[in-house]
Design a binder for this molecule. Structure first.
Ligand code: SF4
Length: 243
């Protein structure tokens, strides 16, 4: 029987954790450690396992998706869904959200971390959508990133999920998987995003985001990756594999 290798003995060059907001720096781009064939095989296997991958945040339309993603910062999708179910039943447009008002919105999302600030942002972005975009969510990165509480990651999720653009939003799961496997090593989320954009084959671009997130969340978990159950374990370059 193969013994598990403690993660503390990991000799991978990959950073163990995604850098915090304050420590993020634009680092140099690093090359993928996988061959073109390995990259193709990696995505073919993920596709075979999850032919139609979906995100796990509940939403009704692009606006509710945007709100759900803003609320999901430093919170779990399950926790966000619990709050947004009743919320979106009464407020699924910017107009209805403004009619609900910040106080009642705060009350509706009080189980979610940082809810006071998030409620402020949701009200402010709803106003901005009405004033600048006729109440619609723009399918444009620059316009999205100008909205209160919306950064590059949120914009990428919305562009990918609501508008089917081939963007990749690097969250903690994608950051970990890209570094451990050697697919797109990088010291910060932007470096990983740019690395993925260079190496993910065109035909896998649209779903790459969800495949990598779901793989990181359920298989390549932070504390104890489930390498024996991993469909890409023979390709992965992680030195601390638990095989
Ligand atoms: S083999 Fe292990 S470390 Fe590599 S991707 Fe799979 S679960 Fe993650």
């Amino acid at each position: 029987m193969t013994k598990s290798t403690p993660l503390s003995q990991n000799k991978s060059r990959a950073p163990a954790k995604m850098p915090t907001r304050n420590s993020r720096r634009k680092g140099p781009l690093r090359r993928t450690r996988l061959s073109r064939t390995e990259i193709d095989t990696l995505f073919a296997r993920l596709e075979e396992k999850m032919p139609e991958p979906r995100g796990e945040l509940d939403y009704i339309n692009p606006y509710t998706l945007l709100v759900a993603v803003v609320l999901s910062a430093q919170a779990t999708d399950v926790g966000v869904n619990k709050a947004t179910g009743p919320l979106f039943a009464v407020a699924d447009t910017p107009q209805k959200m403004l009619a609900l008002g910040e106080e009642r919105l705060r009350e509706a999302i009080r189980t979610i971390g940082l809810y006071r600030n998030k409620a402020k942002n949701v009200i402010a972005l709803s106003k901005r959508l009405i004033e600048d975009h006729g109440g619609n969510v723009p399918a444009d990165r620059a316009a999205l990133e100008k909205l209160p509480g919306v950064g590059r990651k949120t914009a990428n999720v919305v562009l990918n999920t609501a508008f089917r653009q081939p963007t990749i939003a690097v969250d903690t799961h994608i950051f970990r998987v890209a570094n451990r496997t050697g697919l797109a090593p990088g010291n910060d989320p932007l470096a990983v995003e740019q690395g993925l954009e260079r190496v993910v084959p065109e035909r896998y671009r649209l779903h790459a985001h969800h495949w990598l997130i779901l793989h990181g969340r359920y298989v390549c978990k932070a504390r104890k990756p489930d390498c024996p159950a991993c469909v890409i374990s023979d390709i992965c370059k992680f030195a601390g594999k638990t095989l």
